[in-house]
Structure formats: structure tokens, C-alpha cells
Write a protein that binds this ligand. Structure first.
Ligand SMILES: [Zn+2]
Ligand SMILES: [Zn+2]
Length: 169
């Protein structure tokens, strides 16, 4: 929350600010995402019309999961907020945020800016082996024989194995 009463009384005058912002955990394309250590630093001013314009640099850590092995990963995210707050924003204009009285709530604009910069794929390491598509084991931590089975190219030998196993039963 930012008290912008001085800006509203002094249109055109620039006010610097720093803020720490709490953003609730959310889901992005079915991945859990929690932005933590969110800091915004920038300035605001009233350009007239009882609006508030905010420009800020935002830094945060995003707690999410590896796109391959689903283990937790933390990635640094930086974003730029360039938002306009209006007491009665046009609902068709997605760049306008609403505010009441003389305080603005930065959370929505900061979250939107961070989401734009969040990578679609986050990996725990560049050479993450991911999960076995058959048994689901984390291949960074263990091994399985599913992939060996997948390498059988000769369908006849695979069939023979199957028949032999069947006979043993
Ligand atoms: Zn991974
Ligand atoms: Zn497996």
C-alpha cells in the first residue's frame, strides 16, 4: 500500500518510493508459483485527472518447480512496472488499475509484471534428466530399467519375451 495523498495534491511532482510486497502463492499453467522477497523501487506522480502513474523496477525470487523433474526450484525474476491507477478505470483497458481514497495497492501491478517475466520453463539444472515417463522415478536420483525396455527395436524379440513370461505363469 502506498499513500499517494501528497502526489494527488501536487500534480506533476515526482515522489520516489521503495516497497516490499506480499504476493499470495498461485498456480501458473498448473505449476505452483510463489513470488518471495518482492521489492519494488521507483517513483509515482499524479499526471492530473486524479490518476496516479507508477514506474518501478521490481526484483523477486520465484519458488516454483522444475519443468522436467518437478523438484522445487527458485529463480530470480526482474520486471518493470509501468502502471496507471484510476478511481474509475475503464474495464476494457487492462493497463489501468483501480484505487480508492489516497492509497494504491501495488500487488496486482507487480504480480502482473513479474508473471510476464517468469520463464515458461524452469529447470533445476541444465542437465536435469527429468522423470522416467514409464515409472515416474526421478532420474537425477535413481535409475530404472524402463528405458532399456524401450530400446528393444525388434518387435519379434519383445513378443518372444512376452510369450515366454506368459508360459511361466
Ligand atoms: Zn529437474
Ligand atoms: Zn522407469
Amino acid at each position: 500500500m502506498l499513500d499517494v495523498s501528497r502526489a494527488l495534491k501536487n500534480p506533476g511532482q515526482v515522489f520516489p518510493f521503495e516497497a516490499e510486497i506480499e504476493i499470495a502463492p498461485m498456480e501458473v499453467l498448473s505449476d505452483p508459483v510463489h513470488f518471495v522477497d518482492v521489492r519494488a523501487e521507483g517513483e509515482y506522480l499524479c499526471p492530473g485527472d486524479n490518476r496516479i502513474s507508477v514506474k518501478a523496477e521490481v526484483s523477486a525470487q520465484a519458488d516454483t518447480r522444475c519443468s522436467r523433474c518437478l523438484e522445487p526450484v527458485r529463480v530470480a525474476v526482474r520486471a518493470t512496472v509501468d502502471a496507471v491507477y484510476d478511481r474509475q478505470p475503464d474495464p476494457d483497458d487492462p493497463d489501468l488499475y483501480s484505487f480508492e481514497a489516497s492509497t494504491i495497492e501495488l500487488t496486482d501491478a507487480v504480480r502482473d509484471a513479474l508473471l510476464l517475466e517468469l520463464p515458461m520453463r524452469n529447470l533445476c539444472s541444465e542437465d536435469c534428466r527429468g522423470l522416467c515417463p514409464v515409472c515416474g522415478i526421478n532420474l537425477n536420483k535413481g535409475t530404472c530399467t524402463c528405458q532399456e525396455g524401450a530400446e528393444v527395436i525388434n518387435p519379434f524379440s519383445a513378443l518372444k519375451d512376452y510369450v515366454l513370461k506368459d508360459e511361466e505363469v
